[in-house]
Design a protein around this ligand. Structure first.
Ligand SMILES: NC(=O)C1=CN([C@@H]2O[C@H](COP(=O)(O)OP(=O)(O)OC[C@H]3O[C@@H](n4cnc5c(N)ncnc54)[C@H](O)[C@@H]3O)[C@@H](O)[C@H]2O)C=CC1
Ligand SMILES: O=C(O)CCC(=O)C(=O)O
Length: 394
């Protein structure tokens, strides 16, 4: 039995993916894995019992990745699970930025008397808007969200320009050829009527939009940040709005500084908050955890290499270790000494870390305990797990 501890609201549909004869949820003080959303894991202690953390969602800046890696905790996210939800909110906010919907509704609700329709026709001119059609939107980051926003904006008849110097080959292939790419951030900023940011929060991306970048933008530009707090320099934004060097800032991330500013619209971190996205993310996270806990396969990890190998043998050993020369040699020497015949094996690395999976015939519990102890005595080995193949009944 394994225990999964949850933080935040996790859709029941996701928890239903964990069979009750194999998993408990929130029952142990030493959970085997965590299923979270935005919980700040920098401030939430988690011990070495935690084999894995699955973040139902995209951003993982709420998880201390170095700490997790150094103690052998795999961290996963659910790429794309909430991308449509964010895209739809971006389109909503773009439309709200050009049509004074809230103000007009407020005004219309206050009207009274038999001549309401007359008053309506007389007063509506105060609420004239503009159209998105034909305007240019610059999209910073063309991953799961950015690429969807680009397509939706093109469908609305907007001109689109994208900027993503780090795009993965897989994403680049998926992206429509019709989306022109800017060579530099400045090129995108100076041309765009709307600028929307869809990149992860990293050290490099902190305050990526600051005073210098805003100075390049049109004075009439609308800036949207549905990525993370800290990607846009709030002080620079407030200064620019007050000096009429920017028209509007729309963000999903509140702070005391920006509250009640007339040209700032704040939504309460709602990008991924739809029924559908919450179910997608929770299901994906639960299944990613199951895969890792039951087979050792790693899919959508943000700190370990992605590794999959058919699990046909009775026993599987998984090792998280430093990526240094001769690790496989040292591991297999110990196996050979214990007369264990290797059926299948895979080794993958990611930066300073590596992962080895070894399939073999079954051995006694006593021998297995001794083997794990010996493997853990290799100083570079961080974690060893032994998994019994559930398809093979002893
Ligand atoms: N407001 C909300 O509720 C939500 C916010 N997010 C945020 O949006 C971010 C992006 O999400 P996804 O599109 O799903 O991630 P993704 O990983 O699919 O795409 C991110 C893209 O940004 C690019 N990138 C990174 N740094 C860049 C830079 N400096 N300039 C240009 N491009 C850069 C990457 O190459 C990648 O293609 C997440 O990391 C998260 O912080 C995600 C989901 C919901
Ligand atoms: O609603 C949530 O869990 C936050 C979504 C989010 O910010 C993300 O997926 O990065």
């Amino acid at each position: 039995m394994k225990d999964i501890k949850t933080y935040n609201v996790i859709a029941q549909e996701g928890l239903d993916e964990l069979p009750a004869d194999m998993y408990t949820v929130n029952k142990s003080t030493k959970p085997d894995a965590l299923l979270i959303r935005s919980q700040d894991m920098h401030k939430t202690p988690f011990g070495t019992s935690v084999l894995a953390i699955a973040r139902a969602g995209a951003g993982v800046n709420n998880i201390p990745l170095e700490k997790a890696t150094s103690q052998g905790t795999a961290v996963f996210n659910t790429p794309g699970s909430n991308a449509n939800a964010v895209k739809e909110l971006i389109i909503t906010m773009l439309l709200l930025s050009v049509r004074p919907v809230f103000a007009s509704v407020k005004w219309a609700q206050k009207l009274a008397g038999a001549d309401v329709s007359l008053q309506t026709e007389k007063g509506k001119n105060h609420f004239a808007g503009t159209e998105l059609y034909g305007k240019k939107i610059g999209i910073i980051g063309l991953g799961n969200i950015g690429s969807r926003v680009a397509k939706a904006c093109m469908d609305l008849g907007m001109k689109v320009i994208g900027y993503d110097p780090y795009i993965s080959v897989e994403k680049a292939w998926q992206l429509s050829n019709d989306i022109p790419r800017a060579e530099s951030l400045e090129e995108l900023l100076e041309q765009s009527d709307f600028i929307t940011i869809h990149i992860p929060y990293t050290d490099k991306n902190r305050n990526i939009i600051g005073e210098d970048e805003i100075n390049v933008m049109k004075d009439t530009a609308v800036l949207l940040n549905y990525s993370r707090w800290g990607i846009v320099d709030e002080d620079a934004v407030i200064k620019a709005l007050d000096a009429k060097k920017l028209r509007l800032f729309i963000t999903d991330f509140s702070s005391e500084k920006i509250l009640n500013h007339k040209q700032i619209i704040v939504t309460p971190h709602l990008g991924g908050t739809t029924e559908e996205a919450e179910i997608n993310g929770a299901k994906m996270a639960a299944n990613t955890l199951r895969k890792y806990l039951e087979t050792g396969d790693i899919v959508n990890s943000v700190n370990l290499p992605n590794v999959e190998m058919a699990f046909d043998a009775p026993l599987r050993l998984t090792l998280i270790h430093q990526n240094v020369p001769n690790m496989v040699g040292r591991i297999t020497t110990i196996l050979a000494k214990e007369e264990i015949n290797i059926d299948n094996m895979i080794n993958r690395s990611r930066g300073k870390i590596a992962y080895t999976m070894i399939d073999a015939a079954d051995i006694s519990e006593g021998k297995l305990k001794e083997l794990k102890k010996e493997l853990l005595e290799i100083p570079e080995v961080i974690r060893v797990r032994a998994l019994h193949n559930p398809k093979i009944v002893k």
